[in-house]
Design a protein around this ligand. Sequence first.
Ligand SMILES: NC(=O)c1ccc[n+]([C@@H]2O[C@H](COP(=O)([O-])OP(=O)(O)OC[C@H]3O[C@@H](n4cnc5c(N)ncnc54)[C@H](O)[C@@H]3O)[C@@H](O)[C@H]2O)c1
Length: 341
Amino acid sequence: MIKFGLIGCGRISENHFRAVEQVQDAEIITCCDIDVARARSKAQEFRISSFYENYEEMIDKEQIDAVIVCTPSGLHPEIGIASASRKLHVVTEKPMATDLESADKLIQTCDKNDVKLFVVKQNRLNSTMKLLKSAIVKNRFGKIYTVQSNVFWQRPQSYYDQAKWRGTWEFDGGAFMNQASHYVDALYWLIGPVDHVMAETATMARKIETEDTGSAILKFRNGVIGTLNVTLLVYPKNLEGSITVLGEKGTVKLGGIAVNKIEKWEFDEFDEDDTSVFDSSYQTPNVYGYGHLQYYYNVIKALKGEIEPDIDGRDGRKSLEIIKAIYLSAKEGKKIALPLK
Ligand SMILES: NC(=O)c1ccc[n+]([C@@H]2O[C@H](COP(=O)([O-])OP(=O)(O)OC[C@H]3O[C@@H](n4cnc5c(N)ncnc54)[C@H](O)[C@@H]3O)[C@@H](O)[C@H]2O)c1
């Protein structure tokens, strides 16, 4: 039985509690939040025997194998490093950090202590995304010309006012770092390494440090031109989370509010994947989707030593680096080449 301790009992923690409840051979045996009432409430709801206000006390006292980090993003490295130093495996919510230096320290500390690091990118596991990835791996598009992703969502001022960390550079990042980070990850995962980026960002309506709107052009090393358009100002509610791939012999658009629908699927040659297209679209209650459960299947098998982590620290760092390049380009008004120095 793999025993987890969960740190940060806020909004996304629910997905983790529910997912681990459903997987075999694992349980969350303790949890922690600086707002101890939240930790107590989750402990009661999920029948967990102990809860803490201080995560260091939790990881010192409890007999656990791994931590699940669901705190504000800027705290993921500090908590991950403290846990890895005590020989605990680390499952961290995305983004793994808000800066590359601390992401690197987290990766190095996990390596040094021979523990695994998992970065939660559950969208890769959506049925729609898996089909698109399969089409690319099978080379069904022929030459891919261009890819476009739109994240057109609504986050009212009240969302940012819920917690002080939201919309800050140190703990959150903006629309690209928080909401669109799954889409940046998807573009990298589907198309490949990015050569350079150009971007514009703006804070048009929300009272926050970071951006609520932006557009980026990504030039991939294989020549594909990508565009990513993001805004959190859609009136009156979430409109679209989409990825469109246009190639020589195929056209696919994943749409819906969070790539949960296949809106276009056309290739010049038939493949057995085509028979799954109709069934792969699904309703999603929110933009987080259902991927956390799928994600834990990999985490548990990897912790048992049966397979490698699907998305480890080095993989999680790739999208962070692209997002950092997007921010640098917007700030300096110029093209930014990757890897960043
Ligand atoms: N994978 C996804 O789709 C997805 C979706 C939403 C959020 N997230 C990520 O999850 C993280 C949390 O987001 P959220 O929306 O749940 O935020 P939230 O503010 O609702 O929850 C964060 C919790 O962490 C607690 N906390 C803060 N500092 C702490 C500390 N030092 N020790 C213990 N607890 C501490 C807070 O009190 C709060 O309860 C963010 O990194 C975010 O990017 C991922």
